[in-house]
Write a protein of this length. Structure first.
Length: 463
């Protein structure tokens, strides 16, 4: 008999959680302005809002944390992290930052100017926010299959090379300082980018005289998918795949709170010294000295250990198998989700799920609220609220695909928790035809509004 699968770890500590009553949740979500970001953590039973900084560190990471060097300059923890990044990516130059959006802030402060164009594969919210804050423009060059949730395309994170070349050849190249490739592509469902596509993007940037950076928050998960889905890499190790991936990049930003399996931290790494030197000034201004950059030595130590754990095949197999477990449960219930299942989350097609809710009433946010009311599960809208308003027309942008993301923290929940999530969504799906009205915006910020937006049900008088 073949042995059944078991996770490659055992539990050393637990944290209690409580399932509240529906009346409690109704009161809490109303007081939160129907924005799940405003809920207190103890009001949530299963928290799938994000996989960022929510993972469980290993005993070796906790041990590394205790031996961190807190020297202001030249910390041994900095050099440990630097050497780990070099061994994985081949990049010689790196700047630590306190998290991923800080890395974007430093990089874009150094290289972006008003009117620039930044092509990429469905830029995520903070990336697009940093670009538009500087009055530059994010240009989406994602492959069309990404917007068909039933398409079996194994690499829906790919950039459409024809679209990218059109942007590069039809605009002054000095207005396109960089192409951003997000690994995996969060906005399209945690979908991977193939090695072939990475090569193609790099070839085009070399041809037209610009650069390419990887948003590397989930680079290890991307490498796993390359190994599993790209025939030429079946017998190549994860770390060998990662090393090759970064030969097709000029640099990277990293939110270490994802595939670094830490609670805080990030960095920028560079192939060449020129942009490193430009960014250094901004890193010192915004983050800290170049050998700590907003991170404590203990956090750099635990990140160095986490990067090595996250690039192990057994860990990645366990991680992505749990995501697929939830995806399969939902598919069996007939719930429309992005397929093939992605790396860090399952994305529910909210437009198809709540087809009677008008797009102007934000069906993805409506579904996320319903899920919380049903079972205390917190998820996040990847739809029109997150898409923000067009910076020029000030009108709402309505993405072609609006989804609810169920982001699974690393090494935190069991498959029993996934069963609860699936059953809750199944219950809502059974009564989906009764949900015909959504929510409206009462108050919003001019950029990245989804974090602080205040909402109300459409049918309720909010005067």
């Amino acid at each position: 008999m073949k042995l059944p699968y078991a996770e490659p770890f055992k539990t050393k500590m637990v944290e209690s959680i409580r399932l509240s009553s529906k009346s409690e949740r109704q009161d809490w979500i109303e007081k939160a302005g129907y924005n799940l970001f405003n809920l207190h953590s103890d009001q949530v039973f299963i928290d799938l809002l994000t996989d960022s900084g929510t993972g469980a560190m290993s005993d070796k990471q906790w041990g590394a944390l205790m031996t961190g060097d807190e020297s202001y300059a030249g910390s041994s923890s900095y050099f440990r992290l630097k050497n780990t990044i070099k061994s994985l990516t081949g990049f010689d130059y790196f700047l630590p930052t306190h998290q991923g959006r800080a890395a974007e802030n430093v990089l874009f402060s150094a290289i972006l100017k008003e009117g620039d164009l930044i092509p990429g594969n469905a830029h995520f919210d903070t990336t697009k926010g940093h670009i538009e804050f500087r009055k530059a423009h994010a240009v989406d060059c994602t492959v069309r299959s990404a917007y068909d949730t039933e398409s079996p395309d194994p690499f829906k994170g790919n950039i459409d090379l024809n679209l990218l070349e059109d942007v590069l050849k039809n605009n002054p190249i000095e207005k396109i300082p960089v192409v951003i490739v997000t690994l995996t592509c969060n906005t399209t469902g945690g979908q991977p980018v193939s090695m072939e596509n990475l090569k193609g993007v790099y070839h085009l940037t070399q041809k037209y005289g610009t650069r390419v950076f990887f948003d590397s928050a989930r680079f290890a998960e991307n490498a796993y998918f390359i190994k599993e889905r790209e025939e030429a890499y079946r017998n190549i190790t994860i770390r060998e795949i990662i090393k090759e991936m970064y030969t097709y990049a000029d640099g990277m930003t990293m939110s270490s709170k994802k595939d670094g399996i830490v609670n805080i931290g990030g960095f920028i790494a560079f192939k060449e010294k020129d942009w490193f030197e430009k960014a250094t000034t901004y890193n010192i201004m915004f983050e800290g000295f170049i050998t700590y950059g907003g991170m404590a030595g203990r956090d750099m130590n635990s990140l160095a250990q986490g990067l090595m754990e996250a690039t192990g095949y057994e860990y990645l197999e366990s991680r992505i198998s749990q995501v697929a477990y939830l995806g399969k449960k939902l598919t069996d219930y007939g719930i429309p989700v992005q397929k093939p299942y992605g790396g860090h989350a399952i994305f529910v097609n909210a437009g198809k799920f709540l087809s009677k809710v008008p797009r102007e009433e934000f069906p993805a946010q409506t579904l996320a609220i319903e899920l919380y009311l049903e079972a205390g599960v917190r998820a996040v809208e990847i739809g029109a609220i997150m898409a923000d308003r067009d910076p020029d027309t000030k009108k709402n942008r309505y993405p072609e695909l609006v989804m609810v993301r169920l982001a699974i923290p690393r090494r935190v929940y069991s498959n029993n928790h996934m069963d609860v999530v699936a059953a809750a969504l199944s219950n809502i799906y059974e009564r989906r035809d009764q949900i015909t009205r959504g929510v409206k915006i009462l108050k919003e910020a001019p950029i990245l509004r989804h974090f602080t937006v205040k909402l109300a049900p459409v049918e309720k008088n909010t005067e």
